[in-house]
Design a protein around this ligand. Structure first.
Ligand SMILES: Cc1ncc(COP(=O)(O)O)c(C=O)c1O
Length: 313
């Protein structure tokens, strides 16, 4: 998907022109994948706009940096304020926001500690990630997710996305919308950029953090909504075949939002349409982010921008 440019990018405390946000080819991150980042959405509500769970995203960025011994010169609160500044300076909402911290131009060699940490925040308009409104046709990937104690999956690190790229490319080359990775023990893990939920009977299941998943902010929002709606929620290791016998399945993620799965490995899930529990959660989620229901969990950070037609709904 081509990137629609905006005027400014936030860099180490300053707003700089989009086209000046460049790095040297010898920067550490280019060679060794030493970056941590976030993906955040700013939604349009009637006559306003709000960033979805901004403090939680910035807390995860700080956690990711901590895992990689990457000192950030900014607190989570300062980074939240920077996100609001860059959105308001660019005047673009709804939009997608991409904060990234990485090891810049310093030394060659695997050890990153002598290379400076650079922080950038960009925002730009962005639409749907998993194509099709009629549900995603997905496969179980031949690639496993990250093994425990190799690449930490609770860090949202750029290098983890080499694994995601393998899963996603294989899926698309074989005619699927997305792939689901298994963990090293063969249990369900997650999509290349989405957490996974399945429904069987009236129980909602999702894979736990120990099965090599990212601690998704949308995942935790859906768990919160489900509990509030009185849906029984179980976080447990799930066998692959659960995907073939479940009644409903869906992905969650900042990009994918709540996307129901129509089929897995060409086996139809239910009748292929969005099932009742997914529909309930999908509606509850979009009602809040689109401002059709009160923001009862305080999920939205307001930004002062004139809004255009909502994207990704
Ligand atoms: C691998 C992976 N899993 C899950 C998610 C969903 O996380 P979130 O809901 O915080 O966007 C993402 C997206 O960031 C991801 O890249």
């Amino acid at each position: 998907m081509p990137i629609e440019t905006t005027n400014y990018i936030w860099h180490n405390g300053e707003l700089i022109p989009w086209e000046k946000a460049n790095i040297h080819v010898m920067s550490h991150v280019v060679h060794y994948g030493s970056s941590v980042f976030e993906g955040i959405r700013c939604y349009a509500q009637p006559n306003s706009a709000g960033v979805f769970r901004l403090p939680e995203h910035m807390a995860r960025l700080v956690d990711s940096a901590k895992i990689y011994r990457m000192p950030l010169a900014y607190t989570a609160e300062e980074l939240c304020a920077a996100v609001v500044d860059v959105i308001e300076a660019n005047g673009v909402a709804p939009c997608y926001i991409r904060p990234i911290a990485f090891r810049g131009y310093g030394e060659i060699g695997v050890n990153p500690l002598k290379s400076p940490v650079e922080v950038y925040i960009a925002n730009f308009p962005w639409g749907k990630y998993v194509p099709g409104n009629h549900g995603a046709d997905v496969c179980v990937s031949s690639w496993n997710r990250l093994a425990p104690n190799t690449m930490p999956s609770l860090a949202k690190a750029g290098a983890n996305y080499m694994n995601s790229q393998l899963i996603r490319m294989e899926a698309e080359v074989n005619g699927y919308d997305e792939g689901i990775g298994l963990d090293v023990n063969g249990h369900l893990s997650e999509g290349s950029g989405e957490n996974l939920f399945v429904v069987r009977g009236d129980v909602l299941y999702t894979t736990p953090l120990a099965n090599s998943v990212l601690n998704g902010i949308t995942r935790s929002s859906i768990l919160q909504l489900a509990r509030q709606l009185g849906i029984t929620v179980v976080e447990q290791a799930l066998p692959r075949e659960m995907l073939y016998i479940c009644d409903e399945a869906f992905f969650t993620g900042t990009a994918a939002e709540v996307t129901h799965l129509r089929s897995v490995d060409r086996i139809l899930i239910g009748d292929g349409t969005m099932g009742p529990i997914t529909t309930k959660l999908h509606k509850a989620f979009f009602d809040i982010v689109n401002g059709l229901a009160p923001d009862r969990f305080n999920w939205l950070t307001p930004v002062k921008v004139k809004v255009e037609e909502a994207v990704g709904v």
